[in-house]
Design a protein around this ligand. Sequence first.
Ligand code: ADP
Length: 486
Amino acid sequence: MRDLPIRVRLTLWYFAMFASAATLLGLASQWMLERSLEKVEYHDLQERADDVREALSHQGQVQDTQKLHDVLAIIYEFKDGGKYLQVRDEHGNWIYRSRRMISQNPDLRTPDMLPKAGLIVDFRQGTHFVRTLEYPIAVEGTRYSVQTGIVLDRNLDLLNNFRFNLLLLTPLVILLATIGGHIMSRKALKPVAILAAESRRINDRNLDIRLPVSNANDEISDLSRTLNQMLKRIDSAFMSVRTFTGNASHELRTPISLLRAEIEVALFRHRDGQEYRAVLTRLHEETLRMTNLVENLLSLARADGGAETMTTAPICVDTLLPEIAQTWQRTINEALLDFQVDISEAGLFFMGDHRAIQRLLSTLLENASKFTPPGGSVKLCAATKGKSIVLSVRDTGVGITPEHKHRIFDRFYRVPTSGPVAPGSGLGLALAKWIAERHGSQLSVESTPGLGSVFSFSLERIDIPLQTLDASEASLHGHNRDSTFA
Ligand code: ADP
């Protein structure tokens, strides 16, 4: 059943429901008709017995059997000669027997043997089916048994007719209902078929197509809307992948062309060792930049594919920040900037991926050094805020105008500048943002154009007993937290 199409299943359900309902209804109406006929027949027979009592009661207290017979004979021979009637007194003497009763000769119980409501006795006479009621009556203190009967042929014909019609009509109704059900289910499922046909048209080149949404506020339009929302998400994911690939190719093409040009110029004529050395140094710098770009691209691709994993472990701020500061000290100093590390409190720990956090802070420090004019300052800070540790990089650089503030986290986005373009690819902050998010945090920026920027993110502080720290870490706790790397 599960393998069948919904349309067929619905039709089968319709069939099963209507078949059982129609059969039940037919059986119930037949039963009710039979009961009603039986009731009418019983009342008819009872009335006939009452008529006999009426006739006998007019005779007063007559004990003469013959006289009573004559009275009944006068009434019934003439009126009911062809009918079924026999009367017996309480001693078993026959008072009256119609010709049909005599020919059938059914026995009639004495009144004391009969229940108050009488007894139904059926028999066949020739082709007729006869229903009789043996009924006790009492007239002037004397009790009689009366047996009256009626031919049931007409009622039986009626019942048979009813059954025949029922047998003919029920399958017809079931058939009609099944056809109706089939048509209805086809109609109900037509929008689904349309949706399926439309969906089949959609492929990776026309993801902007949307499925039709009917005006009715029903389940199908709800489904169309949901599918359209899903298409929109897939479309924008595809778009961003395409843009990413396009941007990545573009970013790689520039340094490769540069390398080629450098090499071609160098090979154009013979040069001395000094010149070759200078060319090779430039090429080396360029390849370093390319390596950095490719690494960033790879990391983002892995992040998108869920392949970039994080290994979290307790990280001590007292160790992490000086470590990073040491790496960046020279670069920042070479950019003629003052560099400071400010840790507000000793013994701060958080859970994180050491390498990833290092990379995040390095990106922020690299940007700070790139976008801060000589003579400015860069500060790497750690402070507590409630149960969190806020890590930040502050600079007194060019700052970022509000319209670019949120876009700088987009891949390949770089704030347009009229001056010389700083090296970079616009991927650093996108990666930094992703790392912060993977640590359950948000990388945010506060900036005043011309005055500087603060990039920060917060991480949950964890408590680690001091004695569990190794000697090298413990030794850092005694140091001055504010060190200058200038
Ligand atoms: P990249 O540094 O390689 O250009 P990023 O994604 O790290 O790429 O940064 C994107 C852009 O954000 C930068 O090009 C720059 O315009 C802006 N930006 C980032 N950090 C700073 C900063 N500290 N001060 C001013 N502008 C910044």
